[in-house]
Write a protein that binds this ligand. Sequence first.
Ligand code: ZN
Length: 487
Amino acid sequence: MLEIYNSLTRFKETFKPLHEGHVGMYVCGPTVYGDAHLGHARPAITFDVLYRYLQYLGYKVRYVRNITDVGHLEHDADEGEDKIAKKARLEQLEPMEVVQYYTNRYHRDMAALNVLPPSIEPHASGHIIEQIAFVQKILDRGYAYVANGSVYMDVEKYAKDYPYGKLSGRNLHDIIAETRELDGQSEKKHSYDFALWKKAAPEHIMHWPSPWSEGFPGWHMECSTMGTKYLGEQFDIHGGGLDLIFPHHEAEIAQSCAALGKESVHYWMHNNMITIAGKKMGKSYNNFITLEQFFSGNHPLLSKAFGPMVIRFFILQAHYRSTVDFSSEALEAAEKGLQRLQEAYARLQKIQPSAVSSQPSDLRQRCQEAMDDDLNTPFVIAALFDSVKAINTVWDGKGAISEADLNELREVWKTYAIDILGLRLEETGNGDDSQQKAFHGAIDLLLGIRLQAKQNKDWATSDKIRNELTALGFQIKDTKDGFEWSI
Ligand code: ZN
């Protein structure tokens, strides 16, 4: 039996891949029946940083993140109407139109957040044959039963042979206590048995033939099937939000043990939740804000629009195992912090080296230690802020840095801030790259004209440009080499 880790403290010492030099990583992706919100951004960004970091360490990583497009029902994952089928019915669309529409929008939002695409993005509906075969294996090994065309996991039988509940720290007694008895559950032997295959009701529009009925797979089945299909019967890392531990991941462990006689996952990693005033963000709480609303500022809880990099930075300011409490004020603070990093990064590119450095930098070591310590991104950010102070000292002429140290510092910033944390520090707004470049070029041009006017003692032109840019919200600072501006 493999051990289960919820965290990888001292990453390099505790993380041992099953195959040297290679890492297989599976993360539960979205159910595509609505726009992605802040709660989707967190696992995507958390495991994006892990993906980037593993590659930086030299591993060849196969990263699988699925798209759930069938079988995720409205209540307790196992009961009620299929979420995608319901949306399709309400909007009079083909279910796959709903899937494609929201998948495209999910990709758009993830690209804006600078989340790298996974190596493989399998759809549940594209793996029905494999899921049927997986269910059959569980039936063959005696841990499931057929009732009225549906197949259910025989949890009581399974729990006699394997520790059901080990990931969530529950025992069968706890699980019985928290499982609701719903109408129509009578075909199950016990309320806590979960569906591996469901017979489709006549009004259910997404269904496939199987040995048991015309129906569809249970929600948990897709991840067991697609994880082992693409990463092998045993693989390194399985991630997702903390809310997936029970029942989803507990069910995945049970399915793998029941079908294969062993656990598939070596390390489980879970990111904590985002809350609004202490309450979990989610559709059921009616307090969710979509990423598009953040980017446009179009939501009553938001004071203004926040760019994708502000959202990414806000999430990385907390350790992935801590909760993050959202507020507009917290985002505004994150925006200011990100601007300081962007300003320092720009200065770092312009600084001129001296013969010797006035102070040594321990930035690389601090960033490395923080990442090795269970992906401690807030410590990496704290180290970067200390480096901002040092950069500004040199910028203001109160310190010096040698050419070798300057090159090293530029490289550490690029490695940790840009490549691993995935922050786009060259950008300062929401526009695309070409717009940004044109905008920056135009302001630099105006301020260049002002500089020339000043040198020609044409104070009227110089003051006019300065005052009008200031009125538009620009801050202009004269420096010994020319000028500097920010918004
Ligand atoms: Zn999953």
